[in-house]
Each structure stands twice: as structure tokens, then as C-alpha cells.
Design a protein around this ligand. Structure first.
Ligand code: GLA
Length: 740
């Protein structure tokens, strides 16, 4: 209690006015920046909390050949080319990656921001129209805004830093204000830059592909530039907008980890550069690819936000900070901390081939199993019988559902289940009423063919009329039909990014304006229908990012339901994203995509490690499988809060080991749920021990199935042997412990 009081009265931002040093500090971390010679804003420190920074870490002055000096200065030992900075300009002597590139009216791409002033706010100012972290009380965080100017261009750059009182998190964003009388073009504007001192570092990222999302990659930060980016118009299956910088010795439980997460769903670029003297520069923000934003006099450009997490307890520590930040201070609405319903989806059961009777059959079979929600997936609208038509025509397909959506919603309700519906609002089929009426609403360059992907095009969401039309079409349904859940899909990437209704000089703005339009529609719908639970989706997990979580608290993780593949996908996803966001469904065996056969136990154990659902035809389940599903659902309901909102620990990685383990621990440590998996059976297996984490070492825990009792310290140090012996492929073992 006393401790809490001290913490709540503690100042979060300390300013040394004399030396112009800014120290953001809470009980866990410190972030320090200061003004160097010539008004250059220097990065000084980001790491474990220090009580006080005395201003003694002066940047070593060395005359480095071919690193130029400040205009008008005769000091050859001081160069912007090597000072660690908070936000670099372009073409003025810092040859490392610039944070911003601005083209002046005279064509010069030369930018040089220097310190001017600062402001401090309690809490956190809102970023209009963008996803973001937020606070619930003024006391929760403070924000420092550093004001920089480029005097020649008369541009003001405001760098915002928010430090939370009780989180190892600093968020950052940048805002550019054109105070001049001339229009400038922004060719690049990062949300943040971080220059880290010389030391060995490794970088972790989450690359992937369709159906193989967020595979963990880790390698040394070497001389030169490495980019982690998407140019696809969405955050993509291919590279998640996240990186972590770690020490070579960092593990899941030990060592430093510094995470950088962009809260944005469009084209992104996270760059890591190791310079000639071993320092590392990181920039993160909107991708400069195809980006050229015209900023007229008095206009303001606000970048998306980044959330930086610092952990000294390895990757699990970093992930747990992200989980709680994204779960509690990015996700919003009544579903934010609510237990998520167990759903069944008709997609892999029927694809496009369904009618009222078939859906009724699924409902009849699913309800007695304990399933809580039925989701009607693709194919219910226009005249859509395959994926070649009708996107854009969001009215019911009377051939399949002659009595409309209300009937199927009522049939679902009659079974005491909630009703969910699939939409793909951003896309359009050439074979649609909307395309006939508004061909000019489609992204594409006049006189040039448009690239098809899944035989569909992308609507020009940079246009307010398009956003309005989709809003009208969707509300016409949602005002009438009792819908509890929406799966919002997006089944292609952007190409020919050109808006026929936009002037040539604004075409470089379309990718970003597109995603702002998407956010606007999402915001309008979630505000109008607060009861609806939204789930993001993009051909599986192609837009599983922190930006979308601001509008939709969960996301379809992957179209790949094979549990072995899912071990990696879910393990990688958990590096950043909370379990309450990770939709995971039991599919069929053999698997629909891969064709691999796995047991019901294995499939359900992996799916139960996320937000559980079913991607199969319940009416076709064997008697044994029906029994198994019923038991799984009972088990999941009993442990759902622990799984979705407990503390998640990764114990053994599918990327490096044949045995995989993870653990859910309740916040008060009174319960723990351990999942262990063996990928391949092995002849003469080596005995394998799994040690647990996060328990109370003083407490005894009972394994509820075996009734064996273990000390928390025993489970965390002595551990448990993997049994049964590892001779079968694809097996799962679950242990549930309660504190005595
Ligand atoms: C995407 C989704 C699937 C399903 C189909 C429907 O691929 O990821 O779950 O909704 O679209 O077309």
C-alpha cells in the first residue's frame, strides 16, 4: 500500500532546464534525451530505471574523416553523422537513414530539425483518426512534447513521448506542421527513431506468408541496413510491423529485449542500420514507398504511433508488457475484457454451397455441443456462389436464403446461440451491381489494366463517398438483423494504387488515405453497434496488427488450421499479441489446406490455446468426435478466463525444439494451465523435462487430474518429465494446477 502511494505521487517526467535534459521515468524504466550542441536532439538512454541522470554521458568528440560538421562551426570533432539522435533530418551531414525526407517548393530534399521548446501534458493527447494507446485516468501517464523546427523551411516538428506509470512502455509519434507560406511534400516521415550505442545486438522480426504468418526470425544486426516492411497496402502476412532488438544472450526468460511496435495497418517500414562505428539506428513508421504527402501552409500531418517496450526479463517479459498494453489500452469497448464466445463457422463446412436447410443442420448439430455462436461466412450476399462475383453488393442472396438473414439469425437465437456475419467491405467484384454503378470507385490507373487477385479489385477507400456507401449498405443490414459479431475480411493486397477521383499531386497520399478511410468506417460501425464483437481477418492473419486491435479486439490468426503449423504461427503471434486476440479453430483431419492427419486431441489443444472456435461441419462429426468436442468445450469454458486473460509464458519453442510448451498463469498465481506438445515421435527419445514459470514458489500446487502435489518452486526448478514417452507424432498433454 505504502509502495503504491509512493508510485502514484512520483513524477514521470523530470526536466533539467539548465542542461536541457528530459528524463522520462517510472518504477521500471528510464528514457533520457537531451539537447546537444547546435540544438541537435540527442538520444541518451533507454533501459532499466535510473534514479537520476546527472548529464555526464557526453558524446565522445572525435574528428572522423568524411563526417561533416555543423554549418558555421569550426569544431571538427562534432558531427551529426555520429551523434545518437532522436529524429534525424536529411541531406545535412547525417548519412545514416533519415527519419524524415521533405521536398521543398524549390525541389530541395534537405531537412534539418533543431530543438526549440517543449511542453508537458498530463495523460495523453488523442491522435485524431488513428489507432492508438490510450489512458483511462489522467494519472496513468504523462506526455512530453519536444518541439523542433527547420528554420529554413519554417516547419515545426512535434515529437510526442508518453510514459505510462505502471508499464515498461514509452509511446512515440511525430507531428509536422507547415508554418510557411509554401507547400512542401513529405516523402518520408517516421513515427520514431532510436539510436542505440555500440554493442552487439540481434534483431527479431515476424516474417511469414499466406497461411504461415508470423514465423520468428532472429539474426545479428550487421553493418548496413535491414528493412522489415510491407508495400502491400496492409500490414501483411509477409512482415508484421514489429521488431525487437535483443542481446545475443537474450532468451525467453533472461536478458534485455527492446520491442518496437507500429500501431498501424497500412504500408510500414521498420529499418535497422548499423553504422560504421557500430551504433544502431532504428526508424519505424509509414513506408516511404509510394508515399508523397502534400502539406499545404498551415496543414498538419500526424504520424501513427509506435509503442516501445523495454524488458530485462527476456522475451516473455517484453511480450507480457505488450499483451497487457494491447489488451487493456489499445482494444476498446464492452468486449475488451469479456470472455469471448466459442464459435462455429460454416466456411470450411460448406464453402459457398449452403442453403437454409444446410445451415439449420449445422445449428442443430452444434448447439448441443455447447457452441455459443454461429458465424455465417462468405457467400450470403449478391449472387455469390463462388469467389468471382458480388463483392460490393451487401444485400442478401435470396436464392440461398429466401427468407433473408433475419430468419437465419432467429434460427440461431432459437438455439441459444449468438449470430455472426462475414463482410469484406473493402473489395469489389467486377461482376457486381456496385461496379456497374461506380466503376470510378475502384483503385486503378486509367488506360492500364488492373491486377486481379482472387478475381477482385480494391475499392478506393480514400474517397469519403465510398466509405459512406459501405456504411449505408452495412447499416441497412445491421439495423434490421440481430448481429452479435462481424468477421471483417480483406482478401487481397493493393495494386495500381491510384485514385481516379484524386488530383495528380495527391496520388502519393492514397495508400495512407486508404487505411484512414478503412479506420473511419470501422470506427463509425463500432460506435453505432457497441454490442457487436468485431474480428479482423485478411485471408487469415494478413492484417493481424495493433492498429486493427483498436477497432476489433480479436483477429483470425491464419487460414491454416493444421495444429503443427499453428504451433509456430501462434507462438510467433504471441511475441506481441495477447491471447484474447488470437482466434484459433479446430479444423478437420486431414487438414483442409495441408492434408495432414492429426488427432482431435492435438487439434483441440492448440485451438484451446487461443480464442476457441470450430471450422468444420458439426453435422458430420463421428460420435466419438462429438463426445470429444463436448468435453473440450466444457473444459474451455471452465478455463477460458485463465487462457484469454491470464499471464502467458512461452516455455519451449517450436522453432528450435521438437517439444513445445506454453503456460497460462492466473494473475493471483492460484491456477496454472500447462500445454505440452510433441511434434514428432522419436525412437529412443531423450528424457525431456519442462520447467514452469510465474508460480508462487512458496505455494503447493495440485495437478487436478493426477492429484499429485508439487511445490511452486519444484515445478519451476525440478520440472516435469514429458510423458507418455515420445514415440507418437503430434501429441498434446495438458496439466491443470491449482494452488492449495
Ligand atoms: C478468407 C478467410 C476465411 C474465409 C474466406 C471466405 O480467406 O480467412 O476464413 O472467411 O476468406 O472467402
Amino acid at each position: 500500500m505504502v509502495l503504491e502511494q509512493t508510485i502514484t505521487t512520483q513524477k514521470l517526467i523530470h526536466i533539467d532546464e539548465e542542461q536541457l535534459i528530459f528524463h522520462l521515468q517510472n518504477s521500471q524504466i528510464s528514457y533520457v534525451l537531451g539537447v546537444e550542441t547546435g540544438g541537435v536532439l540527442a538520444h541518451l538512454y533507454f533501459g532499466p530505471r535510473i534514479q537520476r541522470y546527472h548529464g555526464e554521458r557526453h558524446y565522445p568528440r572525435i574528428d572522423r574523416g568524411f563526417s561533416g560538421n555543423l554549418p558555421g562551426s569550426l569544431d571538427r570533432t562534432y558531427s551529426k553523422d555520429d551523434v545518437p539522435q532522436e529524429y534525424s533530418g536529411n541531406n545535412t551531414g547525417d548519412y545514416r537513414l533519415p527519419a524524415a525526407i521533405i521536398r521543398a517548393a524549390n525541389g530541395a530534399r534537405t531537412t534539418d530539425f533543431r530543438y526549440k521548446d517543449y511542453r508537458v501534458h498530463t495523460a495523453k493527447p488523442e491522435l485524431k483518426g488513428l489507432p492508438q494507446t490510450y489512458v483511462e485516468s489522467d494519472d496513468e501517464a504523462d506526455t512530453l512534447t519536444i518541439i523542433m523546427v527547420d528554420e529554413t523551411l519554417n516547419l515545426q516538428l512535434e515529437l510526442a513521448y508518453t510514459i505510462y506509470r505502471e508499464r515498461s512502455v514509452v509511446t512515440r509519434s511525430a507531428k509536422l506542421i507547415n508554418l510557411s507560406e509554401e507547400t512542401v511534400n513529405i516523402e518520408k516521415i517516421a513515427s520514431m527513431q532510436l539510436d542505440l550505442p555500440t554493442r552487439p545486438l540481434e534483431v527479431i522480426s515476424l516474417p511469414g506468408s499466406y497461411a504461415r504468418e508470423r514465423q520468428i526470425s532472429r539474426h545479428e544486426v550487421r553493418r548496413g541496413v535491414t528493412q522489415f516492411e510491407s508495400r502491400r497496402g496492409g500490414s501483411s502476412h509477409h512482415m508484421n510491423p514489429f521488431i525487437a532488438l535483443v542481446e545475443p544472450q537474450t532468451t525467453e526468460f533472461n536478458g534485455e529485449a527492446l520491442g518496437i511496435l507500429l500501431i498501424y495497418s497500412g504500408n510500414h517500414q521498420l529499418s535497422v542500420e548499423r553504422d560504421s562505428i557500430g551504433q544502431t539506428r532504428v526508424t519505424a513508421g509509414i513506408n516511404e514507398y509510394n508515399f508523397d504527402w502534400q502539406l499545404e501552409p498551415q496543414q498538419v500531418f500526424q504520424t501513427p504511433e509506435t509503442a516501445m517496450v523495454y524488458s530485462t526479463t527476456g522475451l516473455n517479459g517484453m511480450s507480457q508488457s505488450y499483451h497487457s498494453l494491447l489488451r487493456d489500452r489499445v482494444a476498446r469497448g464492452k468486449h475488451r475484457n469479456a470472455e469471448r464466445p466459442i464459435l462455429i463457422n460454416n466456411w470450411e463446412a460448406t464453402y459457398f454451397d449452403f442453403d437454409e436447410d444446410k445451415l439449420q443442420e449445422i445449428l442443430d448439430a452444434a448447439a448441443p455441443l455447447g457452441v455459443e455462436m454461429f458465424v455465417l461466412d462468405d457467400g450470403w450476399f449478391g449472387h455469390r456462389n463462388d469467389d468471382n462475383s458480388s463483392l460490393g453488393d451487401w444485400f442478401v442472396n435470396k436464392n440461398k436464403l429466401p427468407e433473408g438473414l433475419t430468419k437465419i439469425a432467429q434460427q440461431t437465437r432459437a438455439k441459444e446461440m449468438k449470430f455472426g456475419l462475414w463482410f469484406e467491405p473493402e473489395n469489389i467484384s467486377e461482376d457486381s451491381e456496385l461496379f456497374k454503378a461506380h466503376p470510378e470507385w475502384v483503385l486503378g490507373v486509367p488506360q492500364r489494366g488492373r491486377t486481379l487477385s482472387r478475381n477482385q479489385y480494391v475499392l478506393d477507400f480514400s474517397q469519403p463517398d465510398v466509405v459512406e456507401n459501405l456504411f449505408q449498405q452495412m447499416t441497412a443490414i445491421l439495423d434490421k438483423v440481430p448481429v452479435d459479431y462481424i468477421k471483417w475480411d480483406m482478401n487481397r493486397n493493393l495494386t495500381e494504387v491510384y485514385s481516379p477521383l484524386t488530383k495528380p499531386e495527391h496520388q502519393g497520399e492514397i495508400s495512407h488515405r486508404y487505411i484512414l478511410g478503412v479506420y473511419e468506417l470501422m470506427e463509425r460501425l463500432r460506435t453505432r453497434y457497441p454490442q457487436i464483437l468485431f474480428e479482423g481477418c485478411s485471408g487469415g492473419g494478413g492484417r493481424f496488427d495493433a492498429g486493427l486491435l483498436y477497432y476489433m479486439p480479436q483477429s483470425w490468426t491464419s487460414d491454416n488450421n493444421d495444429p503443427i503449423e499453428r504451433l509456430k504461427i501462434q507462438y510467433g503471434t504471441s511475441l506481441v499479441y495477447p491471447i484474447s486476440a488470437v482466434a484459433a479453430h479446430v479444423g478437420t483431419s486431414p487438414d483442409e489446406l495441408l492434408g495432414r492427419s492429426t488427432s482431435m486431441d492435438m487439434r483441440s489443444a492448440v485451438a484451446m490455446s487461443g480464442v476457441l472456435g470450430y471450422e468444420l461441419d458439426a453435422s458430420k462429426l463421428s460420435l466419438a468426435d462429438r463426445k470429444a468436442v463436448k468435453t473440450q468445450i466444457q473444459f474451455y469454458k471452465q478455463h477460458r478466463r485463465l487462457i484469454q486473460y491470464g499471464t502467458f509464458y512461452r516455455l519451449e519453442s517450436p522453432f528450435t525444439s521438437n517439444t513445445v510448451a506454453w503456460l497460462f498463469v492466473s494473475p493471483d498465481k492460484s491456477e496454472a494451465l500447462l500445454y505440452r506438445f510433441i511434434v514428432q515421435g522419436v525412437v529412443q527419445p531423450e528424457p525431456h523435462i519442462t520447467t514452469l514459470a510465474g508460480l508462487d514458489p512458496q505455494c503447493n500446487y495440485v495437478d487436478v487430474d493426477s492429484q499429485l502435489v508439487y511445490g511452486g518452486d519444484e515445478l519451476m526448478n525440478v520440472g516435469l518429465y514429458t510423458t507418455p514417452v515420445q514415440t507418437n507424432d503430434f501429441t498434446a498433454q495438458i496439466n491443470y494446477f491449482t494452488a492449495q
